[in-house]
Design a protein around this ligand. Structure first.
Ligand SMILES: [Zn+2]
Length: 95
């Protein structure tokens, strides 16, 4: 005889993910705001890097509540002047 009770229905994963998303948005608004800031900064950084390396492509990124990382392809290192320009421009946009 087959068991007639199933503890995991077809939509269990969907319900779990929905609950997790609601909890993340509800319980941790500061985490969410931090990720939003880093996400916006990533787009600004990408734009500035594209002005220096027109043919560059994003190779990956990490966006977290306190930091971001942006990976990209380039045929050379950034110069000190370019790093200063990126830093100053980002600071002026964000401020
Ligand atoms: Zn985006």
């Amino acid at each position: 005889m087959r068991p007639s009770v199933s503890y995991v229905d077809d939509n269990f994963l969907l319900y779990y993910l929905l609950l997790f998303t609601i909890l993340m948005l509800t319980i941790s608004p500061s985490h969410r705001r931090g990720c939003m800031r880093a996400h916006t900064a990533t787009h600004i950084l990408h734009s500035l890097l594209a002005s220096i390396f027109p043919m560059t492509k994003q190779a990956g990124s990490y966006v977290g509540p306190d930091e971001l990382r942006f990976d990209f392809y380039a045929d050379r290192l950034l110069t000190n002047d370019e790093l200063i320009m990126i830093n100053n421009t980002m600071a002026s946009i964000i401020a």
